[in-house]
Ligand binder design. Structure first.
Ligand code: G6P
Length: 610
């Protein structure tokens, strides 16, 4: 969703703003702009479409200055157009905004009644208009901002400039993420850490209700009534290189190939294979507290929801605790039955997804303990939950989630072993065995990544097809869902996934000689069942692409195409392994279709609105 950047310091800032915006491109956007104060004058440039258009405009109409704000907009109120793009400039004020002003219709009406003329259809413009009005009434810049904020309902992260105070940038956070970056004699604001990594790793994660007044001499943090607040500088552990493509064609490709490392980073330091033990520094319920958990809720959106579905299989199977998995957008509106004997697990790569965040707050309100499985340090969900277990995937830039998913599954696997041991469901020997199986997983993924030629060939063969069906059973069903999601997200091919046993209740009607059906058919307890499902597809002339293990030659003999995964005993880990060829298939099909893989149309990485 919208990305905000800002700069105050000694350097000429338009190129810094542009570079930082590029690093936020993955959040998804449809227009962009910057505003800079040049010799006391506010200059603003905005364009529709990709940042390259803004870059071109700045080449023909260059601006220069030591203070500025920038924005990538993902349209909510008003179509993607230059007029609706941010920054919104009214008189001497420029505003960039991420979030939604819920009472903007009433505010707009009130201002229009007073004779204000609006130039855009956005909710954001009311903010710029109000600040300009309060300035006209004789308030200082800071007072005008405070008066304005007091009128706003909804969510807003703001970056604000005023030509009357050409050395001051004001940043505000209320329910939309914003961080402050501290350099040497220069300061930054951004929606997300990757924007700032080349400039500084020292940040303060702003909290709701905070306003930062930033000048070249420093930062003053206040609440919305103007009272001083302390700030806490945190060092981001990510190297700037992790947010670069490093020779790969796309971030998504790089992130797929980073998975063996990301999984190792996620379990490293948390497992003691010789003792059969898992420990989490950030999550330390006592044995008694764990025994008291009557039910686990897992709530998430998108790919993270698929991880939750896999987690249900793991936790129920090994811990015998009932687990319910829900979508953030559903959970919050169905008055869920939840109480203090329940653990609510929120899975979110970004830690900022609005629906997941609202679900967390609902669960907390009802007394549940909350645990975040999250990738972004200092994100809202991570901070507001009682406990957090970070996935150590590093920054994920590609909009379609890959390494975040497999590291979420790794955490869920560790969490399952952690609970199972403390509940007495698994003894030390068994945990040792499960841990040693986990330790060989990265090597097995490497094997798949070492030779992707056959998957690339399949991708060419199927790249012109317009529909795909994915089938899986048991723990492989959510993996089928994730495979289909990857394909539709980045290639725009219609793909749906079904629990294979459910196929006969509907999707079977779609099967003919044109329909590719991806079937997850590894060895294991549901193997015979899935083999029958494959026969059902074959007898209707469907084109089977089977994912299986070398031992299952009978599958390969019947399928039109087969992708072999290296053998692995443990079905939970096999689910992680099977994910990788599905990611690669989607990726290469999208490459051959020539789509915008890292920023697919209409999608956003961090969905901070409902
Ligand atoms: C968006 C992204 C997905 C992601 C989902 C949930 O839709 O495009 O890749 O799975 O949000 O995001 P979260 O950050 O909460 O995991």
């Amino acid at each position: 969703m919208c990305g905000i950047v800002g700069y105050v310091g000694f350097q000429d800032c338009p190129l810094i703003l542009l570079d930082a915006l590029k690093r936020l491109e993955y959040r998804g956007y449809d227009s962009a702009g910057i505003a800079v104060i040049q010799n006391g004058r506010l200059l603003c440039h905005r364009t529709v479409g990709k940042l390259i258009n803004l870059e071109r405009l700045l080449l023909t109409q260059p601006v220069s200055g030591h203070i500025g704000i920038g924005h990538t907009r993902w349209a909510t109120h008003g179509a993607p157009s230059e007029i609706n793009a941010h920054p919104h400039v009214v008189d001497k004020v420029a505003v960039v905004h991420n979030g939604i002003i819920e009472n903007y219709v009433a505010l707009r009406q009130e201002l229009e009644d007073k004779g204000t003329r609006f130039s855009s259809q956005t909710d954001t413009e009311v903010i710029a208009q109000l600040i300009a009005l309060y300035l006209k009434e004789g308030n200082s810049f800071e007072e005008a901002v405070c008066n304005t904020i007091a009128r706003l309902e909804g969510s807003f992260a703001l970056g604000i400039l005023c030509a009357d105070e050409p050395e001051t940038l004001i940043a505000v956070r209320q329910e939309s993420p914003l961080i402050l970056g501290f350099g040497e004699g220069e300061y930054f604001i951004a929606s997300d850490a990757p924007a700032l990594l080349p400039y500084t790793k020292k940040v303060h994660f702003m909290n709701d209700g905070e306003m930062a007044v930033i000048t070249p001499t420093g930062v003053t943090l206040k609440d919305f009534s103007g009272n001083l607040l302390p700030y806490e500088v945190t060092e981001i552990p990510w190297s700037p290189l992790l947010a670069e493509k490093a020779g790969y064609k796309h971030f998504m490709q790089k992130e797929i190939f980073e998975q063996p490392r990301a999984i190792i980073d996620t379990f490293r330091g948390r497992i003691y294979p010789n003792k059969g033990e898992v420990v989490f520094e950030e999550f330390n319920l006592s044995q008694e507290e764990i025994k008291e958990i009557e039910k686990i809720w897992i709530v998430a959106c998108g790919t993270s929801w698929h991880a939750g579905l896999v987690g249900k299989y793991m936790l129920e199977r090994l811990c015998r605790i009932p687990v319910e998995v829900d979508l953030g957008s559903e959970f919050r509106y169905r008055d869920p039955i939840i109480n203090k004997k329940m653990l609510l697990v929120l899975i979110s790569q970004s830690g900022e997804t609005a629906d997941t965040l609202a679900a967390m707050r609902e669960g907390k309100r009802k007394g549940a303990k909350t645990l975040a499985i999250c990738n972004v340090l200092g994100s809202t969900i991570a901070r507001e939950c009682d406990y957090v277990i970070y996935t150590h995937a590093g920054p994920e830039i590609g909009v379609a989630s890959t390494k975040a998913f497999t590291t979420q599954l790794t955490v869920l696997y560790l969490l399952t072993l952690y609970f199972a041991k403390r509940l007495g469901k698994l003894d030390e020997m068994k945990v040792k065995e499960y841990l040693s199986q986990l330790m060989v997983l990265p090597g097995k993924i490497e094997k798949i990544l070492d030779d992707t030629k056959s998957i690339e060939e399949l991708a060419i063969k199927y790249s012109k097809v317009e529909d795909f069906l994915y089938l899986g059973r048991g723990v492989y069903f959510p993996i089928a869902l994730e495979g289909a999601l990857k394909l539709k997200e980045i290639s725009y091919i219609h793909a749906e996934a079904y629990a294979a046993g459910e196929m006969k209740h509907g999707p079977i009607a779609l099967i003919d000689e044109n329909m590719p059906v991806v079937i997850l058919a590894p060895k294991g307890e549901t193997f015979e069942k899935i083999r029958s499902n494959m026969e059902e597809v074959l007898s209707r002339k469907g084109r089977v692409i089977a994912l299986t293990e070398p031992e299952c030659q009978e599958i390969a003999a019947k399928a039109e195409d087969t992708i072999f995964i290296p053998p692995l005993e443990n079905s939970f880990l096999k689910a992680i392994l099977l994910t990788v060829p599905l990611q690669l298939l989607a990726y290469y099909i999208a490459v051959f279709r020539g789509t915008d893989i890292d920023q697919p149309r209409n999608l956003a990485k961090s969905v901070t609105v409902e």
